[in-house]
Design a protein around this ligand. Sequence first.
Ligand SMILES: C[S@@+](CC[C@H](N)C(=O)[O-])C[C@H]1O[C@@H](n2cnc3c(N)ncnc32)[C@H](O)[C@@H]1O
Length: 203
Amino acid sequence: MAFTYFFRDKTTLDFIGEEIVPTLKAKRFINIWDAGCAMGPEPYSIAMMFREHMGAFVFRNVKIFATDIDNTNKFGEIIYKGLYPHDQVKRIDGGILQKYFSADDDKQNFKISDEIKHSVRFQKHDLLCLQPVRQGFSLIVCKNVLLHFTPEERIKVMRMFYEALDDNGFLALEQTQKMPDCFADCFESISSKNQIFRKRNGS
Ligand SMILES: C[S@@+](CC[C@H](N)C(=O)[O-])C[C@H]1O[C@@H](n2cnc3c(N)ncnc32)[C@H](O)[C@@H]1O
């Protein structure tokens, strides 16, 4: 099973919530691509963070396209059910857990709320096919996936992300993933502490 957990890389999520969400609130459609989402903690963390920073009304405009190569053929089912054992939710802040999950009677399993669940759509997708799942993303999150690719594959995948982003769209990578120099004209760094970039238009 792919390694992941809820609110992994909290500093990046906080930066997105505090600095990026306010710039997107006025948009009619806010499409987000979580590429290499594993079995759901990451796209659901992104959804909860957007919901926290924009309120219920605007959150209805958020759609998260969660994709993974999913070699186990199980991620779609797990994400669709939105049911996670106690072990996987125990690190979540108490207030967030109470607000967005309901526990079964013996508190062994926790179900994510329909509001959050309905904002995430899972699709099996291989990033190396180099075809985006759609165009017009406001934000692409791709964490702990590119490290599995060769440097040449990484550049091709990042080029695909660039093409799939809206003008001024954002790209978030894991802390240890540096932007290759050849993308200097394509992306500008917008955070000194996180690997978060804004698309430069017209490159
Ligand atoms: C370590 S997990 C990262 C999960 C999540 N992004 C996180 O950071 O917590 C890596 C994920 O990348 C997915 N993956 C690996 N190669 C892929 C590919 N070619 N296309 C799409 N997903 C891929 C794996 O299936 C796995 O779920």
